[in-house]
Each structure stands twice: as structure tokens, then as C-alpha cells.
Design a protein around this ligand. Structure first.
Ligand code: TGC
Ligand code: FAD
Length: 388
């Protein structure tokens, strides 16, 4: 297939600085050279490409917006462009980097004390320490405020009890951020792998995000030092603050996945001959390709504006919800259309679109389902919460 060199129908590159484009191109090259050649094999085997972890650290992908502690100190737009390119490769790879940076390094940076930052962030920036984020429980997904996991103070320790489910990187993480209720208030705890009473079990049988580790976490009288609580996160707004960071990255990732399937469908349609001419010449195929480029262009503008607001410090959670829900939705629709254009070939892993389509079903559901983001926007514009 023709080399991927971006999708830019409306000269949106012209809205970005040279530094932003340089970071994007670095990530694009990494994905083209290191990810695309190996990712279908990992997807088929159901394994995460661990070999790529140190190189992504060297490239500054982890905790990229943090200034100091070995992190790259990039802008939010630069960070978003990295996530876009990673998800062009595979949603599982972007998930790994999202969880490491937005869901694990960010809470240590934002809610931790200086000792915690110095102890964990430099190792996480290189990928030597892998993190996971335990919020969801078997009976509390969209409604994390009902969580059952508890923490109890016992002398100089906390004792954790409970379980978490669907945790990205769980089985490969050296450090888990576990959210639990202490005297009824949600707090964040740093649990190191190997702590007695803490165990993980990988979840198998996934048809989605196969090149990503998803695990259950169990805490059974798990005793951790008292200094392992994040001092500045109190209540649900602690984990929701992390989700703002991760949902923002996913919104960019959606653009990347949509660009990958559009590119594949367009190249295929130009060379696949039926009824003596390329299928790209049929109106119904063009309608699908035109829909894709229209939606990708809108998604690019949407997320760039959200990134600019984030860099200015004026972004609101509902802006991020709008971008996450829209961009993942259009990426999933685009992947389904691309799969259709590829005909029977679209159901094999010789082509990427089927893998992206399956991955995006998870992305549509995690970090707040599409419908939960609809309700977040609904609350923002009406002032009336409709979750309960
Ligand atoms: P609610 O009463 O609305 O809010 C509780 C407190 O939180 C504050 N708040 C926020 N703070 C920061 N950022 C936000 N986005 C916030 N939204 C709300 C709010 O002001 C309040 O503060 P305070 O001071 O009054 O206490 O909470 P609720 O229980 O009614 O829930 C609202 C709802 C449904 C929107 C929320 O629970 C939600 O977003 N649910 C979805 C859960 C979710 O997204 N889970 C994701 C798990 S992690 C994951 O999926 C990782 S996938 C990783 C990968 O592989 O990429
Ligand atoms: P439910 O909350 O049971 O929702 C089921 C359906 O009901 C959905 O369609 C939902 O939109 C709808 N619904 C629920 N409430 C309402 C309402 N009030 N109004 C209208 N509709 C509603 N979690 C973590 O903590 N850390 C991770 O690293 C992580 N990684 C994940 C990786 C993968 C591959 C997947 C699939 C999930 C991951 N999750 C993780 C969990 C994810 O965040 C949850 O799956 C998600 O929040 C939805 O919860 P649920 O699956 O329990 O669905």
C-alpha cells in the first residue's frame, strides 16, 4: 500500500507551528517504521509489543506534557499529535501511553507530594516503571462513585480491600493507582506490584484491543505504607481530573484511527477493479470516502481547538467530552465504511480496518461511554444532570 503521509484536506497543517509538526512527524515515523510492521502479529497473538516500551520512553511519549522529572514538557497540542499518530498504528499502543501518562503520571504529578513525584516519575518517563489505573469495578463502571473498594488506616499503613476490572496494563504494571474509599471518601493509593495481598489476572477472549493487556486487580487485606496515599486527591473529582487528560488524548487518537482506515480504503478503492473499472469510480463508494474525509476534517479542527484551549488553560470537561465522543464515533463509523469498501478482504487481518473497527468498539465504551459523554454535554448546556 502507498506510504502514509497524512490526511489534510483543508490545509490544517497550516494552523500548526513547525515545532508541533516536528513532534507529529517524529511519532509518525516511529509508527510507520516500528509499529505497522509488527502490530497485526501482536493483535493476532493477543500480546502487547513490550519491545517498544523503552523506545517510546526515549522519544518522550510518557507524561509528555509534564515539565521536569525526565519528561518532555511538550504542549497539549504536541502531546495530542503523538496520540493521534500512535492510534493510527493501534488503539492498544495509544492506550498504553494514555494510561502511563494521563492516568498514572498525571495524578502523581498533580495530586502527589514531592517525594512521590521524585520516586516514581523519572522511572515512568523512561518506561522502566509501568503504571495502571484502577477505577472501574465489576459492578461500578459508568458510576464509579458507588465503588466498593475500601481503605482502612491501621497504624502507619492503609489496608485495601476490593477488586477492579478492565484495567489496561494491569498485569504488566509495577505500580497501580488504586481508587478506594477511606471513611466514605474516594482517595488515590499507590500500590506496588509484589505487595502481599495484591494480585492481578489478565482478561482474555477479547475481540477488541487485543494488542493491549487488560486485567482484573484484587486487593485482599493489602497493606501499603501510609505515605502511599496521594495527599491532594479527595472525592470523585480526583480520578475525574485524570480522565480529563486521558479523554483529551483519546479525542486525538480517534483522528489517527480514522485517518488510517480512510487511507487504506482510498488506496484500495483506487486499485480494486470491478465491472472493468476501479471501485473508487462508483458513486456509492465515493459517497463513503467523501463522508470520511468530511468527518475527519471536522474532527481535526475540533480537537485542535480543544488543544488550543487546553494550552491556554480555559478548556472545560464538556469540551473534552464533545471531542472524545465525536471523534471516536466518527472513527468507528469510518472503520465500518472502510471495512465495507474492502469487501471480503476487510474481514482479514491482512488489512488494518477490521482491527481498528474492533479496537474502536472499546474506545467508544471506555473513558466514559459515548452516552455518558452525551449526558455530560447535556448537563453542561441545560444545567440539569440526567445520569440518575
Ligand atoms: P458528579 O457529582 O457529577 O461529580 C463529582 C465531583 O467531581 C467533579 N467533576 C469533575 N472534576 C474534574 N473533571 C471532571 N470531568 C469532572 N466531572 C465532575 C464535580 O464537580 C464534583 O465535585 P465536588 O467538588 O462537588 O465533589 O459525579 P457523578 O457521580 O454524578 O458522576 C458523573 C459522571 C457520570 C459524569 C462520572 O461518573 C463519569 O464520568 N463516569 C464515567 C466513568 C469513566 O469514564 N470511567 C473511566 C475509567 S478509566 C478508563 O476507562 C481507562 S481506559 C484507558 C485506556 O486504555 O486508554
Ligand atoms: P456500564 O456502566 O454497565 O454501561 C453499560 C451501558 O449502559 C452503556 O451503554 C452505558 O452508556 C449505559 N449507561 C450506563 N449508565 C447510564 C446512564 N446513566 N444513562 C444512560 N445510559 C447509561 N477502567 C479503568 O478504571 N481503568 C482502565 O485502565 C480501563 N481500561 C479499559 C480497557 C478496556 C479494553 C475496556 C473495554 C474498558 C476499560 N476500563 C477501564 C473500563 C471502562 O472505563 C468501563 O468499561 C466504562 O466506564 C463503562 O463501564 P461498564 O463497562 O461497566 O458499562
Amino acid at each position: 500500500m502507498k506510504k502514509f503521509d497524512g490526511v489534510d484536506f483543508l490545509e490544517i497543517d497550516g494552523l500548526m507551528s513547525e515545532d508541533e509538526i516536528a513532534v507529529r512527524d517524529l511519532a509518525r515515523k516511529f509508527v510507520s517504521e516500528k509499529v505497522i510492521p509488527i502490530i497485526e502479529g501482536h493483535n493476532r497473538a493477543g500480546t502487547f509489543p513490550m519491545d517498544l516500551v523503552p523506545e517510546m520512553g526515549e522519544l518522550g511519549f510518557y507524561g509528555a506534557t509534564i515539565d521536569g522529572y525526565g519528561c518532555a514538557g511538550l504542549s497539549n497540542v504536541q502531546y495530542g499529535l503523538i496520540m493521534q499518530e500512535l492510534e493510527r498504528g493501534d488503539s492498544g499502543l495509544r492506550s498504553f501511553v494514555s494510561v502511563q501518562g494521563a492516568l498514572c503520571m498525571y495524578p502523581i504529578f498533580a495530586y502527589g507530594n514531592e517525594e512521590q513525584r521524585k520516586k516514581y516519575l523519572p522511572g515512568m518517563a523512561t518506561g522502566k516503571i509501568i503504571g495502571c489505573f484502577g477505577l472501574t469495578e465489576p459492578d461500578f463502571g459508568s458510576n464509579p462513585s458507588g465503588m466498593l473498594t475500601t481503605a482502612r488506616k491501621d497504624g502507619n499503613s492503609f489496608i485495601l480491600n476490593g477488586s477492579k476490572m478492565w484495567i489496561t496494563n494491569g498485569g504488566i504494571a509495577q505500580l497501580a493507582i488504586v481508587w478506594a474509599k477511606l471513611d466514605g471518601v474516594i482517595r488515590g493509593f499507590l500500590v506496588e506490584a509484589g505487595t502481599p495481598g495484591y494480585s492481578t489476572k489478565d482478561q482474555h477472549g477479547k475481540f477488541s484491543l487485543r494488542a493491549s493487556v487488560t486485567s482484573e486487580l484484587a486487593m485482599q487485606d493489602c497493606r501499603i505504607p501510609a505515605e502511599n496515599m496521594l495527599p491532594d486527591a479527595k472525592g470523585l473529582k480526583g480520578p475525574l481530573g485524570c480522565l480529563n487528560q486521558a479523554r483529551y488524548g483519546i479525542a486525538w487518537g480517534g483522528v489517527g484511527a480514522a485517518m488510517a482506515v480512510y487511507h487504506e480504503a482510498l488506496e484500495y478503492a483506487k486499485t480494486r477493479i470491478q465491472f472493468d473499472r476501479p471501485i473508487a469510480g462508483f458513486q456509492m463508494v465515493q459517497e463513503k470516502l467523501a463522508w470520511m474525509i468530511r468527518e475527519i476534517t471536522k474532527a481535526q479542527l475540533l480537537v485542535l481547538q480543544v488543544g488550543r484551549l487546553k494550552d491556554k488553560g480555559t478548556v472545560k470537561p464538556e469540551h473534552i467530552s464533545l471531542a472524545k465522543m465525536n471523534n471516536v464515533h466518527i472513527a468507528l463509523q469510518a472503520a465500518r465504511m472502510a471495512r465495507e469498501i474492502l469487501g471480503a478482504n476487510g474481514i482479514t487481518d491482512e488489512y488494518q480496518s477490521g482491527r481498528h473497527m474492533c479496537n474502536l468498539e472499546s474506545v467508544y465504551t471506555y473513558e466514559g461511554t459515548h452516552d455518558i459523554h452525551t449526558l455530560i454535554i447535556g448537563e453542561a448546556i441545560t444545567g440539569i444532570p440526567a445520569y440518575k
